[in-house]
Design a protein around this ligand. Sequence first.
Ligand code: KIV
Length: 275
Amino acid sequence: MSDDLNTLYGGIVNRRVTTRDLQAAKDRGEKWAMLTSYDMLTAQLFDEVGIPVLLVGDSAGNNVLGYDTTVPVTMEDLLPLVRGVVRGTKRPLVVADLPFGSYQESPTQALQNSVRFLQAGAHAVKLEGGRRVLPQVQLLVESGVPVMGHLGLTPQSVNTLGYRVQGRGEAGDQLIDDALALQAAGAFAIVLEVVPADLGERVSKELDIPTIGIGAGPGCDAQVLVWTDMAGLTPKGLKLAKRYADLRAVLGDAARAYADEVRDGQFPGPEHSFT
Ligand code: KIV
């Protein structure tokens, strides 16, 4: 068995990716891709094609549960999704997103909810915010919970920050201080969402731990996309996401063809019927 994340991309390593693998990839200058996943089938497929990290994001709120924002998402919403993703996979590190209201109150609250995620099979948790959540990050790391940070556009703060580019001008220095503080508290990686590309590169150079960009430019150590954006299932494209397929058209065509064949009496034909 190799410790080399490279071999994981070739589909050779039959073990879970660890936070150490991700650090080793940064140290080698090797980039990697993270995707969200909310269910067993996509998780299984993303494992098969060699995605090393899956995020059970609170973006399930927009992509699975039909909310306009991530704010209404709860632990109870995400726990069954975490179980499905973990059951569907052998190799990816599965990161569970602590939803709004599940960690802000106190470090103890953050620990209790992280324990629920880890006992459901997740290997790490993610939380949004910088220095304001340091006590939480410190307690989680001391307690053996790997923590991924999240800076820049933090969707759980939509009601105070809106959906706008973050970290322009002097706010960029604040963001760097937040990132350094998260690293010092023991975070193993940090998501940078919708910040200027030069800031994404600066943070990635200043930090020892990996940065994972989404709308943060090519200078980040890794990238993350919401899978439904990446595959073109969501109705509208976003500037930060490339659509690598048009799944909306493929699935729509399949559903239409099925309904047409049922109406025409073509399905089920003899090959799909039993004697
Ligand atoms: O919930 C999510 O999908 C996320 C990613 C956008 C990083 O937090």
